[in-house]
Design a binder for this molecule. Structure first.
Ligand code: TPP
Ligand code: SF4
Ligand code: MG
Length: 285
């Protein structure tokens, strides 16, 4: 069942980085001419996970940490759709970490947009897996999702943007959506999106970001170069941004779908398929 609801005003605090992500996403989708009727955004749970309420598209508010399996299900049911999973760092790297690793491995052709703010914003500022030592009593080192994604050998699109750099973010969003829509696999885009209320990192991140897109000698086509350069930058206290890696391996759809006609558009009613169901049941009798 679908329900049509008017586009709502964001719930976010004034100055939240998620505003920059929303504006960039709207621009990227409209520049690419992607129609709302062909777009599904699956939101996580958190401030960031409400983004689909603020633009014209189909939207699903999934369970905490479960946006990836939901979005992958949508894509497998109808690969013609633009499918975007959008949520927070807590959602994706803590409760949803298992799904994140396996999505990287399975390579489904969706865009995964993570709004990374080093905190659980919606629940008022507890340390998330990306929190730095010293934040709210945190003693652990931050988890780096880009390094994790690089370490999985069949990943195909790894990028990081910053909500304060909208031209670059629009470009990365467009590239990620195009990658997914060409059925080339999983486009992972982490966006540094500061939580001004509980973890205002604008100033630090402006100093720390290092734009690999602007480094002439850098090639996102080489996983070895990406891994080496990203580790080097991290050890210098920098945060690499830009298109960090772009590879070419078979997508989940290419590996699993047998019919060219999207499952969601097929007539799966019992009456029309009774013979095929009977055939299938024979194996279990
Ligand atoms: C199963 C479950 N556990 C815990 C919560 C409480 N909860 C709601 S949002 C959230 C964290 C959100 O953090 P993040 O994903 O980083 O999003 P942000 O608010 O920072 O954008 C938590 C723990 C929940 N809704 N469901
Ligand atoms: S609490 Fe933080 S993440 Fe949530 S809307 Fe406010 S500034 Fe944004
Ligand atoms: Mg967060």
């Amino acid at each position: 069942m679908t329900k049509t609801v008017p586009i709502s005003t964001p719930i976010w605090c004034p100055g939240c980085g998620d505003f920059g992500v929303l504006a960039s996403l709207k621009k990227a989708l409209s520049d690419l001419g992607i129609k709302p009727k062909d777009t599904v955004i699956v939101g996580g749970i958190g401030c960031s996970g409400s983004i689909h309420n603020n633009l014209e598209c189909y939207g699903i508010h999934s369970l905490h940490g479960r946006l990836l399996p939901t979005a992958i299900g949508v894509k497998l049911a109808n690969p013609n759709l633009t499918v975007i999973a959008a949520g927070g760092d807590g959602d994706g790297y803590a409760i949803g970490a298992g799904h994140f690793i396996h999505a990287l491995k399975r390579n489904p052709s969706i865009l995964y947009l993570v709004m990374q703010n080093g905190t659980y914003g919606l629940t008022k500022g507890q340390p998330s897996p990306t929190a730095v030592p010293g934040y709210e009593g945190n003693v652990e080192m931050p988890f780096d999702a880009v390094m994790t994604a690089l370490s999985i050998q069949n990943t195909t699109f790894i990028a990081r943007g910053f909500s304060a750099n909208q031209p670059q973010l629009i470009d990365l969003l467009k590239k990620g959506i195009q990658h997914a829509n060409a059925l080339k696999g999983f486009a992972f885009l982490e966006v540094l999106s500061p939580c001004v209320t509980y973890n205002d990192t604008y100033k630090e991140w402006k100093e720390q970001v290092f734009n690999l897109d602007a480094e002439a000698s850098y090639s996102p086509k080489s996983r070895v170069m990406a891994f080496t350069r990203a580790s080097e930058l991290l050890s210098q206290g920098k945060i690499p941004t830009g298109l960090i890696f772009s590879g070419d391996t078979k997508s989940l759809e290419a590996n699993t779908l047998t019919s060219k006609e999207p499952m969601a558009l097929q007539n799966l009613s019992l009456d029309s398929n009774i013979q095929k169901y009977e055939e299938l049941l024979k194996d279990f009798r």
